[in-house]
Design a binder for this molecule. Structure first.
Ligand SMILES: NC(=O)c1ccc[n+]([C@@H]2O[C@H](COP(=O)([O-])OP(=O)(O)OC[C@H]3O[C@@H](n4cnc5c(N)ncnc54)[C@H](OP(=O)(O)O)[C@@H]3O)[C@@H](O)[C@H]2O)c1
Length: 343
C-alpha cells in the first residue's frame, strides 16, 4: 500500500496530521450512512454534505430528528437500510443506545468490508460493539452545534483519530479524510486510541466541565447567599464572569489570562485557588479516574441512566430546582433579551 497522509502506518500515538496534508479523495465514491441525527450526527451529516460527500441518514420510526434531517434536505432511511446503503456507517447514537442498535439493526446487514465509524471511543473502549472489520474514530474536540457553525464559517475544530488494531492501514487515511470533510482537522488531527479518548473525555467531563466546575459554582453561589449577598450579585460573580475567564484561558493560556486580569484578581486567585482545590480534592480526582479506567463508571451509567429516581433526568430535575438555577432563570432573560441558540 502506498502511504498517503501519514509517514508511518499505524501512526504512533501523538502523531499530528495537518489539514493541508490531507485530501478527501479516500471518500470519493463512498456513501456515508449517519446513524442518528442528534447534535453530533447532524453536524457530521451537514458538514459532509457541504464537503460533497454522499450522505444518507439512518433513523428509527417516528423520529423527530429523522424528520429534521428530511426537512434539511437529506435522504432518510430506516437504520438497517441506511447501514446497508453505507460504505461507511457512522454510529452517532447515544452511548447507552449504541450496543442494542448495533447488534439488532446494523451488524446483521453489514458486509465484511463495511467501515464502522464513531465520534467517541466509548463503544470500543467499553466493548459495546463487536466489529472485526474496519473501524475508525474521528472525534471532534468540540460540541456538535459549534462544529457546524465553525465549519459553515470556513473553520472547524481539532479532532482525535483512532483505528482498531484489526483495521487495514489505509483506514488511517480514511479517518483523516473523514475528519477533514467533517471539519475536525482544524488545528490538527491527533492520533490516539479509543480508550485514551474515552477516558480523558469522561474524566474532563466529570472532574472539570460538567461536574467539578458546576459544583464549584453551586457551592460558591450558596456560600455568598448564606453570607447575606444578593442572589443576582452572586450569580454575576460565580456564573456570568466564568465565561470571561474561560474565554481568556481558551485564547491565551494560563499565563496570558493572568496578564489580562487585574493584579488583585491574579494575586487572590494564585494564593487562594489551591486552598479550594487541595490535596483532598486531588485525591478524589484520582479516585474518579480509577472508576472510569476500571469500567465501574461505564457499568453504573449503563444501568442507572434511566433510573426514575437516580437517573440523569431525575438528577437534572433536582438540580433545576436549586437556587442557582432559579437565579439563572431570572438573570438570563435580561442578558439575552432576544433569545439566541445555535441549534
Ligand atoms: N453532543 C455533542 O456535542 C457530542 C460531542 C462529542 C461527541 N459526541 C458523540 O456523538 C455521538 C452522538 O451523540 P449526540 O450528543 O449527538 O446524541 P443525541 O443528540 O442524543 O442524538 C442521538 C440520536 O440517536 C437517535 N437514537 C437514539 N436512540 C436510538 C435508537 N434506539 N434507535 C435509533 N436511533 C436512536 C436519536 O433519534 P431520535 O430523534 O429518534 O431520538 C438521535 O438522532 C455519541 O457517541 C457522543 O458521545 C457528541
Amino acid at each position: 500500500m502506498k502511504p498517503k497522509f501519514f509517514v508511518q502506518y499505524p501512526p504512533p500515538a501523538g502523531t499530528v496530521v495537518e489539514a493541508d496534508q490531507v485530501d478527501c479523495k479516500p471518500l470519493d465514491q463512498l456513501t456515508v450512512a449517519i446513524i442518528g441525527y442528534g447534535t453530533m450526527g447532524r453536524a457530521h451529516a451537514l458538514n459532509l454534505h457541504r464537503s460533497g460527500v454522499r450522505v444518507v441518514v439512518g433513523s428509527r420510526e417516528h423520529s423527530a430528528t429523522g424528520d429534521r434531517a428530511r426537512s434539511e434536505g437529506l435522504p432518510v432511511l430506516s437504520v438497517a437500510d441506511a447501514a446497508l446503503a453505507g460504505d461507511v456507517v457512522m454510529l452517532m447514537l447515544p452511548d447507552e443506545a449504541v450496543a442494542a442498535v448495533f447488534a439488532d439493526d446494523i451488524k446483521p446487514v453489514l458486509k465484511p468490508e463495511s467501515i464502522v465509524g464513531l465520534a467517541h471511543g466509548f463503544a470500543i473502549a467499553f466493548d459495546q460493539i463487536q466489529w472485526s472489520g474496519p473501524c475508525f474514530m474521528a472525534a471532534p474536540k468540540g460540541q456538535g452545534d459549534m462544529l457546524l457553525d465553525a465549519f459553515a464559517a470556513g473553520g472547524g475544530v481539532p479532532g482525535l483519530l483512532a483505528v482498531t488494531d484489526s483495521s487495514p492501514p489505509e483506514i488511517w487515511d480514511l479517518a483523516a479524510s473523514y475528519a477533514k470533510a467533517v471539519g475536525c482537522l482544524v488545528g490538527g488531527g491527533f492520533v490516539t486510541t479509543f480508550r485514551q479518548e474515552c477516558i480523558s473525555d469522561q474524566f474532563g467531563e466529570q472532574v472539570v466541565l460538567c461536574g467539578g466546575v458546576i459544583e464549584l459554582v453551586q457551592a460558591a453561589f450558596e456560600i455568598m447567599v448564606e453570607g447575606g449577598y444578593g442572589e443576582e450579585n452572586a450569580y454575576f460573580e460565580c456564573v456570568h464572569e466564568l465565561k470571561l475567564i474561560t474565554d481568556l484561558l481558551h485564547r491565551y493560556g494560563v499565563e496570558g489570562m493572568r496578564q489580562r486580569i487585574s493584579g488583585t484578581a491574579a494575586y487572590g486567585g494564585l494564593t487562594r485557588g489551591r486552598r479550594v482545590i487541595n490535596e483532598d480534592v486531588r485525591q478524589k480526582m484520582r479516585e474518579i479516574l480509577g472508576e472510569i479506567e476500571s469500567g465501574q463508571f461505564a457499568k453504573e451509567f449503563l444501568s442507572m441512566h434511566n433510573d426514575p429516581s437516580q437517573g440523569t433526568k431525575a438528577l437534572a430535575e433536582k438540580e433545576a430546582a436549586s437556587p442557582l438555577a432559579s437565579a439563572g432563570r431570572r438573570v438570563l432573560p435580561r442578558l439575552h433579551p432576544h433569545g439566541g441558540s445555535s441549534s
